[in-house]
Design a protein around this ligand. Structure first.
Ligand code: NOJ
Length: 656
């Protein structure tokens, strides 16, 4: 047995060698013997317990959860954020279960906990890893006050489809930018020392290919050739693994015919064998049981078999593992070594988090949520994420001194909840400062503000309040329209087929335009929108994504030129949905289009020979360029690039 343990420790030392920092090496030396020691003592029930995560909102101690914890049948919970409840759950696990193994407490802390940063897609527009790292750090500190020790972030799915609701959570379309930001988020959440107070385990999701769901329909199938999978979709995950991420979550979707949760190629071949990942992999919510719905398996028992065989260590929320793994081992369909390896992966993260030393949370030892530091970080992030899409005749910045009144119009001008965006379970809308408030605070009493909401929400079709908005604009020097999407229009299961401004917003823009006053659009949305039908009707567009808690003051600073916009698009904005997928780093084709090879459908001369145009890759009704390209973003300054030099003729593809 001693030899077996030594071999096991040796093997673990090898698999965790990819976690290369000094602290991590010390962790390996210190923790692997402890893991082996625990495994020696654990019953099969206790082992499977570590592999099972329960949704704490399904029941609170002392009943369902309490008894499960006492019996060692639950290794992790999600969705509990009351620190007293978390401490009580930890107490039961540590003091009343046989082996006293503490709990992982998971939560979706995606772009903030109480203080909300811009949606991740917005943060990506800042192209600033320091900012993203700081945002994750703030989120970790705040979440830790509630006893959360594991976030289901970063979401690093590359997507080229703005119809997909989860584009809001993604770093965009570029594998390199996504990789840099992935590493920054891992560093922000996990810090240098995962056992330090206020750092939490991170989880790179959704492994892998989720961003390629067909037509942007959430959960749909994905078919991704291996070259594209490796060059595009897997790259941010590899970077996250190299940055020391502790956990990964599988995708709900299938990949080339095999659901990600039961995908051995992804979970064993790529993640473990090629990348040497030493942490653990959790399923998505109930995605083990969904293997049967996908058609991969017949029932939960087979689903548990497929998932664990593929290399899935922990099941989130379902009960396929807890109901069937023991039987599968007893039947010899699954080896105890397979189970032990999964349990070791999970215990490794618990040890690295320092939970065995201190499982409890004393919120008083952490900064309070919504601290000045957190709010300043949120404002900085909002400032840097806003993209100035257009600015005709220098309509912006506004000069408060030269204005006597502004009409502030639109369903998102004063919408504290909506500006937080998707995935803000714990965000506090009471802390949000809206665009209307930001403008009012900025101009004080010197400029009159006429506010008209004009639409009940972003999807309304009623034009009843338009007259009031028109009257306010007529009486003012200019109109600032706050348009876009409510938060519920993006995020999980909130895909759209039409990505124009919803409801009667375009009509509102046209009606306001007719008055002849300058029109500034501030657009808050969870995705790129097709703005073709309004782009010529406004003088300037500030695209603010869902900017989070401090969106209002940031937008006011940008409108009035206290700061110059600096955001650049991390995704391409199509002219129309039919162009999707449209992204900057597409391959050339053998027939690349150029301005002189294209023609618009309305300009086709039926009498001219057909070869006078075409034979290249473009749409007759949309050309080949997007409305706003990846990287686009204006500022108030003018830049002149000169003498640009590259230090190499070719740039290698390798990223760290
Ligand atoms: C489903 C989502 O796909 C995933 O991103 C999230 O972390 C889990 N549910 C837990 O809420």
């Amino acid at each position: 047995m001693a030899h077996a343990i030594a071999t096991f420790i040796g093997a673990m030392l090898m698999t965790t060698m990819s976690m290369t920092t000094a602290t991590q090496l010390n962790d390996v030396e210190r923790n692997e013997p402890r893991i082996a020691n625990l495994l020696e003592q654990m019953t099969l029930v206790e082992k499977v317990g570590q592999m099972s995560q329960a949704n704490a909102s399904d029941g609170y101690p002392p009943d369902y959860l309490g008894n499960g914890l006492r019996a060692g049948r639950i290794g992790s919970v999600l969705n509990v954020v009351d620190v007293d409840v978390v401490n009580e759950l930890q107490r039961i696990a540590v003091e009343e279960s046989r082996l006293g193994i503490p709990l992982l407490v998971g939560r979706d802390v995606i772009h903030g906990f109480k203080t909300i940063m811009p949606i991740p897609l917005g943060q990506a527009a800042a192209w600033n890893p320091d900012l993203v790292r700081e945002g994750a750090r703030v989120a970790a500190l705040e979440a830790a006050t509630a006893g959360v020790n594991w976030t289901f972030a970063p979401m690093i799915d590359i997507t080229r489809d703005p119809r997909w609701g989860r584009v809001a959570e993604s770093p965009g379309e570029d594998p390199y930018l996504a990789s840099v930001l992935a590493a920054a988020m891992v560093e922000g959440f996990q810090g240098d020392d995962l056992s330090a107070r206020g750092t939490i385990a991170a989880c790179a999701k959704h492994f892998a290919g989720y961003g390629a769901v067909e037509s942007g329909r959430d959960y749909a199938t994905t078919n991704i050739p291996e070259n594209e999978l490796r060059n595009v979709h897997l790259r941010p995950f590899k970077t996250a693994v190299d940055a020391g991420i502790t956990t990964l979550m599988t995708s709900f979707s299938d990949l080339n015919g095999v659901p990600a949760t039961g995908n051995e190629f992804l979970l064993r071949e790529v993640l473990r064998e090629e990348w040497g990942f030493g942490g653990f992999v959790v399923s998505d919510y109930n995605s083990v049981q969904q293997l049967a719905i996908h058609g991969l398996t017949e029932n939960d028992r087979d689903s548990a078999y497929e998932a664990v065989t593929a290399g899935l260590d922990m099941e989130m929320a379902g009960d396929a593992y807890s109901n069937h793994l023991i039987g599968l081992v007893e039947e010899d369909r699954i080896s105890i070594e397979t189970i032990d390896a999964a349990v070791a992966n999970i215990l490794r993260v618990k040890f690295r988090l320092g939970l065995f030393e201190n499982p409890y949370t004393d919120s008083a030892e952490l900064p309070p949520t919504g601290s000045d530091t957190a709010l300043q970080a949120a404002k900085k992030a909002a400032l840097q994420s806003v993209v100035l899409l257009k600015n005709d005749h220098r309509a912006l910045p506004l000069s408060a001194e030269r204005l006597s009144s502004i009409a502030v119009i639109g369903p998102l001008a004063d919408a504290p909840y909506e500006q937080m965006g998707t995935w803000t379970f714990d965000g506090d809308p009471g802390m949000s400062v809206t665009g209307l408030q930001g403008i009012r605070d900025f101009v004080g009493h010197d400029v009159e503000i006429r506010y008209v909401r004009a639409m009940e929400n972003s999807r309304s079709w009623s034009t009843e309040a338009f007259d009031e908005a028109i009257a306010a604009t007529r009486a003012s020097d200019l109109a600032v329209l706050f348009l876009g999407e409510e938060s519920i229009l993006s995020g999980e299961a909130h895909s759209r087929a039409d990505i124009n401004l919803p409801g009667a917003q375009a009509k509102l823009v046209r009606r306001i335009r007719e008055i002849g006053k300058p029109v500034i659009a501030v657009i808050m949305a969870g995705r790129p929108l097709t703005l073709t039908n309004i782009v010529d009707e406004v003088d300037a567009i500030l695209f603010a994504w869902h900017p989070g808690t401090m969106g209002g003051p940031a937008i006011a600073d940008l409108l009035f030129g206290i700061e110059s916009p600096s955001g650049k698009l991390p995704v391409t904005f199509p002219r129309m949905v039919g162009q999707i997928p449209i992204y900057y780093n597409h391959k050339n084709t053998g027939k690349p289009p150029s301005p002189d090879t294209i023609v618009h459908i309305d300009d086709i001369d039926t009498h001219a020979p057909q070869t006078s145009f075409g034979m290249t890759a473009f749409h007759l009704d949309a050309g080949y360029t997007p409305l706003f390209a990846f990287g686009h973003g204006l500022s108030y300054a003018e830049f002149d690039y000169q003498n640009i030099k590259a230090d190499a003729r070719e740039i290698g593809l390798a990223i760290r």
